[in-house]
Ligand binder design. Structure first.
Ligand code: GAR
Length: 204
């Protein structure tokens, strides 16, 4: 069966990208192949990880391109050039418009560092999510992989995994635990699940 062609969108450190690359090496991700990395910022360390893994990386910066339309046109051009079938948002901090997400129904997945519907939606990203969880005083948090639609963090849930909050946690410590115990596990598994579904669809 033909592998599903995946583009991973990144903005920062890229540890989730690394988890996906490692999943391909270890045989957890077999139905899909990462063929492109799209970074919203030229400084993203994730680009180094892509390079080391021999995956082409491109930068599409909304700021540099000047408008949402130009930004999404540049992304779409790359996706077409690489024959992308599935987009994985792995710490991608730029907003994608409804016009864009509508063109990829149930073909974009995202990892979010909380148990949706807690601590999600507009303004909840990265460390802020863990700051909010600690400020609220929850004893359990976690991560969610979901489809992306026009509602921020509002698409259908694919997978979730709970993680305990511990006495004395800082946002940074909690972020690391949520990554290690949840994100790096459920994102590659979800990417495999959706890649397999897309690959099967193509055979029909
Ligand atoms: C991850 O914790 C990811 O869940 C989060 O940003 C971090 C990126 O880390 N994403 C969001 O908050 C999106 N709403 P990484 O670059 O090391 O993968």
């Amino acid at each position: 069966m033909d592998k599903t062609k995946i583009a991973v969108f990144v903005s920062g450190g890229g540890t989730n990208l690394q988890a996906l690359i490692d999943a391909e090496t270890s045989g957890i991700l077999t139905s899909g192949e990462i063929v492109l990395v799209v970074a919203s910022n030229p400084e993203a360390y994730a680009l180094e990880r892509a390079k080391k893994a021999g995956i082409p990386g491109v930068v599409c910066s909304r700021k540099a391109l000047g408008s949402q339309e130009a930004f999404e046109a540049a992304i779409s051009e790359q996706l077409t050039a690489y024959g992308i079938e599935l987009i994985v948002l792995a710490g991608f901090m730029s907003i994608l418009s409804e016009d864009f997400t509508k063109q990829w129904p149930e073909r974009i997945i995202n990892v979010h560092p909380s148990l949706i519907p807690s601590f999600c939606g507009k303004g909840f990203y990265g460390l802020r999510v863990h700051e909010a969880a600690l400020a609220y005083g929850v004893k359990v948090t976690g991560a969610t992989v979901h489809f992306v639609n026009e509602i921020p963090d509002g698409g259908r849930i694919i997978a979730q995994k709970a993680v305990e909050v511990q006495e004395g946690d800082t946002p940074e410590i909690l972020q690391r635990r949520v990554m290690e115990q949840a994100e790096w596990i459920i994102l590659p598994r979800a990417a495999e699940q959706i890649s397999a579904e897309i690959a099967k669809e193509k055979c029909k």
